[in-house]
Design a protein around this ligand. Structure first.
Ligand SMILES: [Zn+2]
Length: 177
């Protein structure tokens, strides 16, 4: 067995490709690709594709020395927040993402959680099934909460750069935010 350097999932040792800067074990990358493949083969599951991508991305932050990795984590965490916390549909979240991308150089390295309670390997066994979307949502919501130490930073970063009216809400902090 092998522990994923990104999300911590303990999975069988396999040979296979990994992402160039979102560092993971080959087995974890394969679990992610299983979810993505199911989403691309179903119009309905395609709706959660961005959630899958953002969630996996922020669980595999790579090296803080690698500027691509730093920007990737920040942008995906911002989009994950928008998808989970605002009523805007995914297409609009994507348009907002393009606004953010223009400011990605201002993102600082984020400090990832030490533990993720759910990983791609918890959702992948349900790929393509009637539980696929709900498993991805559970994984995404848990991951956003795991990142709570950086909520304040990413919320402020979004508020400062966002050119569209967005009011992200966090159920735990919305009263004081
Ligand atoms: Zn992983």
């Amino acid at each position: 067995m092998e522990r994923c350097v990104g999300c911590g999932a303990v999975l069988p040792v396999t040979e296979g490709p990994v992402h160039p800067y979102m560092r993971s074990s080959p087995a974890c990358f394969a679990a992610f690709n299983t979810l993505i493949a199911a989403e691309y083969s179903s119009g309905k599951l395609l709706e959660v594709n961005r959630l899958t991508v953002d969630t996996w991305a922020v669980q595999h932050p790579g090296s803080p020395e690698d500027r691509r990795a730093v920007q990737s984590v920040g942008l995906h965490l911002a989009r994950l927040m928008l998808q989970l916390a605002s009523p805007h549909p995914p297409r609009e979240a994507n348009a907002v993402m393009l606004d953010f991308a223009r400011h990605k150089k201002t993102l600082r390295p984020l400090k990832p959680p030490t533990v993720f309670r759910l990983t791609a390997s918890d959702a992948a066994p349900f790929a393509g099934s009637s539980s696929h979307a709900s498993k991805v949502r559970d994984w995404a919501e848990a991951t956003w909460l795991d990142w709570s130490n950086e909520h304040r930073y990413i919320r402020a970063w979004v508020a400062e750069r966002c050119e569209r009216p967005i009011a992200p809400v966090d159920p735990r902090t919305s009263i004081t935010a």
